[in-house]
Design a protein around this ligand. Structure first.
Ligand SMILES: [Zn+2]
Length: 344
């Protein structure tokens, strides 16, 4: 049912209507310009905590390059570093980040405002949380954030918080027995009811299991916005094959991350490693359940050939060269992400 519907949707050209202003895919000079919807770009972090602009960031996601690179949409996480307050971020810290981000997006081409349809040759934006501890005991406050463009809720970052345990900050695997707290379950339950996808990137394995069970029970998708396959790179931030299959079974997606240590262990990663992870997720979960969550502007060690936003068309061409159809390349780069963002 799901496969058939999405095939019809894509072939009816509704993707083109969704992301207007982009040319039909064409491969030239090792590049394939397809619409891209990236599930995780840390421009809010750069703006709010690194003193950089939304338009320039560190240079990985230059606003002047976005349309040419095919970028049609992006999820912007409101990430507040743990160190901002001794006990971790507070609601006011997230609110301030939002206000600053909104103001910056309003005056920076080609960005649209979160959750809106900004028109031809503009980049759609949606909001996410990457760490939602301030909502512990305040799940009621989430509805107002959906009105602001929130579509994805990541419970936890690199520190355990009031909602959930974390996969940790480094490459060491932690033994974590407990998953979601009572407050964490309330937040997930409310998010799912509001049509916000729960994001298990950064969560411990115990939390992934808890969130998958909750989402299955209500028929809502789970996403891992920026995580890779542990079978190819043994890092606690990556997903086991069982977890990938579990996410796919909810109708969700794994957004493949461009950070070198999550792509390959013990060597510098390259563009082909991203293709390898995409293909692994496809083998485990199916073509409907893989997307992109580059983590650009989040301090990543970008792979060779994918150093910045200008690499997306090379990535599209590499997927095509790996044997994927153009329709499947479009699914990976945009269509699957749009589905979990609620555009079906
Ligand atoms: Zn992250």
């Amino acid at each position: 049912m799901m496969d058939r519907r999405h095939h019809l949707w894509a072939s009816a050209g509704l993707l083109a209507a969704m992301v207007t202003g982009f040319p039909s895919p064409s491969a030239a000079d090792g590049e394939l310009a397809v619409p891209v919807v990236d599930l995780h770009v840390d421009l809010s972090y750069q703006l709010n905590f690194k003193g950089r602009s939304v338009g320039r960031g560190t240079g990985q996601w230059l606003s002047t390059e976005l349309v040419r690179a095919g970028v049609a949409g992006v999820v912007l996480p409101l990430y507040v570093p743990h160190e901002v307050a001794p006990g971790g971020p507070r609601l006011g810290d997230i609110e301030r980040s939002y206000q600053q981000l909104f103001s910056a997006l309003a005056v920076t081409e080609p960005f649209g405002l979160p959750g809106t349809v900004p028109g031809v040759r503009r980049v759609r934006t949606w909001l996410a949380f990457e760490g939602a501890a301030p909502f512990a005991g305040r799940a009621d406050a989430l509805a107002a954030w959906v009105a602001r463009g929130l579509r994805i809720l990541g419970l936890v970052h690199t520190h355990d918080n009031a909602l959930a345990t974390s996969s940790g900050a480094g490459p060491e695997f932690r033994a974590v027995a407990t998953g979601l707290t009572v407050a964490g379950r309330e937040v997930v339950e409310r998010a799912l009811a509001l049509g916000v996808a729960a994001d298990v990137s950064h969560a411990s394995d115990a939390v992934v299991a808890d969130v998958l069970a909750m989402a299955r029970a209500v028929g809502r998708p789970v996403v891992a916005t920026h995580s890779n396959a542990r079978a190819l790179a043994a890092h606690p931030r990556n997903l086991t094959d069982e977890q990938i299959r579990g996410i796919a079974a909810t109708g969700g997606v794994v957004g493949v991350n461009f950070h070198g240590p999550f792509l390959a262990v013990g060597r510098r990663a390259a563009l082909d490693d991203v293709v390898r992870h995409v293909r692994h997720v496809v083998r485990q979960g199916g073509i409907e359940h893989v997307a992109l969550g580059s983590d650009f502007e989040g301090g990543i060690l970008a792979p060779r050939g994918l150093e910045d936003v200008r690499g997306y068309p090379r990535f599209g061409a590499a997927l095509l060269a790996s044997g994927m159809s153009r329709n499947d390349v479009e699914r990976v780069c945009a269509t699957n992400a749009l589905r979990v963002l609620g555009h079906t």
